[in-house]
Design a protein around this ligand. Structure first.
Ligand SMILES: Cc1ncc(COP(=O)(O)O)c(C=O)c1O
Ligand SMILES: N[C@@H](CCCC[NH3+])C(=O)O
Length: 420
């Protein structure tokens, strides 16, 4: 029997099921393209990040950009998550989903005056500050509002995360964070600003990391810095080690979250630190709880290739087009006919509109394909390019299904536009 990266996906009676719901049944009920998430898989991913007997507080800040559907945010809020956000919209979503603002950290290199004002008015947990001008801006706005802004400086440790260059963020040529070498003077400056309250320190070196060593290198550099800051009288409440833990799409073997937490805790104990520990996982909490269902519209053999043209496009799921990501594609109906090689492509007018190249599959026109591991950076990166309606989203809970987002309506496509 095939094993899938999604733990709650299995074959029953020659059809794929997510938990106890047939994917073909979902297609009949909700149509395609359709994002489907498994509540039990979300729970497993959340549980993997729990470390009940730690000798300090550990806050798991779910990185909202990975999947920001309100029902998904509500799921994590109900389990006591903190949230890592990067825009006013994400902060507002988290609050709308029922989380308290004081569980929100606000990252991002380009925070506007409007966003900082909004975050201060809501009373967020902490700003992860990415530059000196941003530090001054937050001080000015906080002073104007008669508040003190809790801040952490995001340090760029100049460590190679060994991942795709587009999702590597901790090298000195990346736009993120404050240079490691400037960190001490940046903290001294922050300490001199009355509108700020120094709360912590953080880094985030990249995404889809499958190896602990870059993490641990960055962590050691950060701990040295924390020691130097303490020697200068700057005490921090928390250390935030960012997100980035990878998942299995194909045959990757990322470390377990428990391993990452255990090593980080050990590192902290070795240097005698008592700080609260924070992490900002996104992908590892949601990627393998979701898939995208798409209908095969046409099989098109050409001299060069066999194309399977599906009704989802790069606008619905851009990861293969943008990063050449490998995502597993399976037929939701198990077919015994011989498999042949297909390029799985969408209807969008771009040659980069593909999901898989040279995949061996047995497919008939009208079948439904499932693109797996599509719980993270999939729906959140969807667009309306080619004036296509973004997919609906469904959450499966054992035998029950919940529509958690309607498909875009035609009217929603131009609802904000105006004829002259
Ligand atoms: C600041 C920050 N924190 C957390 C994350 C989440 O990363 P991941 O989804 O790889 O865990 C990101 C995205 O890479 C990020 O930019
Ligand atoms: N969007 C990327 C991850 C970006 C991480 C954001 N800092 C992906 O799909 O892999």
């Amino acid at each position: 029997m095939t094993t899938y990266p999604i733990p709650t996906l299995s074959e029953k009676n020659n059809e794929l099921h997510l938990e106890n719901v047939s994917l073909n049944h979902l297609v009949k009920e909700y149509g395609t393209p359709l994002y489907v998430y498994s509540k039990a898989a979300l729970q497993q991913a959340w549980d993997a990040w729990q470390h009940p007997n730690a000798d300090r507080n550990i806050h798991i800040c779910y990185a909202v950009k990975a999947n920001s559907n309100l029902a998904i945010l509500q799921f994590f809020a109900q389990r006591g998550a903190y949230f890592d956000t990067v825009s006013k919209g994400e902060i507002a979503r988290v609050i709308k989903a029922g989380a308290s603002a004081d569980r929100i950290v606000f990252s991002g290199v380009g925070k506007t005056v409007e966003e900082i004002t909004y975050a201060l008015e809501q009373g967020i947990h902490c700003f992860n500050v990415e530059s000196l001008p941003e530090l001054d801006r937050i001080h000015d706005i906080a002073t104007h509002l008669g508040k003190r802004a809790p801040i952490s400086l995001r340090i760029n440790p100049d460590v190679d995360a060994q991942t795709h260059p587009y999702i590597s963020t901790g090298l000195k040529e990346n736009k993120f964070g404050i240079d490691h070498n400037l960190a001490e003077s940046a903290y001294m400056h922050a300490a001199s600003l009355s509108g700020l309250k120094i709360a912590g320190i953080d880094y985030h070196i990249g995404s889809q990391l499958t190896n602990l060593s870059p993490y641990l290198d960055a962590q050691n550099r950060l701990f040295n810095l924390v020691k130097k800051l303490a020697a200068r009288g700057i005490e921090l409440e928390h250390i935030d080690l960012g997100g980035g833990l990878g998942v299995r799409y194909k045959d990757e073997t990322p470390p377990a979250a428990s391993e990452l937490i255990a090593q980080s805790l050990q590192g902290l104990r070795d240097v005698g630190f008592k700080h609260t520990l924070m992490f900002e996982p996104g992908r590892s909490l949601v990627a393998n709880a979701g898939l995208l269902l798409t209908n095969v519209e046409y099989l098109k053999p050409t001299e060069a290739k066999n194309f399977a043209i599906v009704d989802a496009g790069m606008n619905d799921l851009i990861r293969p087009a943008l990063y050449q990501s490998w995502m597993q594609v399976v037929n939701t109906t198990v077919r015994n006919e011989p498999a042949i090689n297909y390029d799985i492509v969408g209807p969008v007018c771009e040659s980069s509109d593909w999901f898989a190249h040279d995949r061996e599959l047995a497919i008939a026109a009208g079948d439904t394909l499932a693109i797996l591991s599509a719980g993270a950076y999939s729906m959140t990166m969807a667009s309306n390019y080619n004036t296509r309606q973004r997919p609906a989203e469904v959450l499966v809970d054992n035998q029950e299904t919940h529509l958690i987002r309607q498909r875009d309506t035609l009217n929603s496509l131009w609802g904000n536009e105006q004829l002259l």
